[in-house]
Write a new protein. Sequence first.
Length: 97
Amino acid sequence: MDPTRGSEIVKTRPVLVVSPDAMNQRVESVVVCPLTSQLHPLWASRVACDCDGLPSEVAVDQICTISKSRLGKTLGKLDAATAAEVRAVIRLLYAEN
């Protein structure tokens, strides 16, 4: 997927792993949503969060699969309410109606 096109997110950035633990233990890749400090509070596909002290958003509209070898250190964990909101947005965007 290189070079990137259009509105694809580029550069190294933090991600939120959204694939289930059971899957993550069995395969060499993980499903992630990138985090961004470019805030779009009116976008239904973004979830506000804090990333290492910086106001950020989980870019659910940019969900993708990456190799586990791309993962760096763990920066933290979402609180339960934000995690539930991310799951709801994933269902809204990607589940069949």
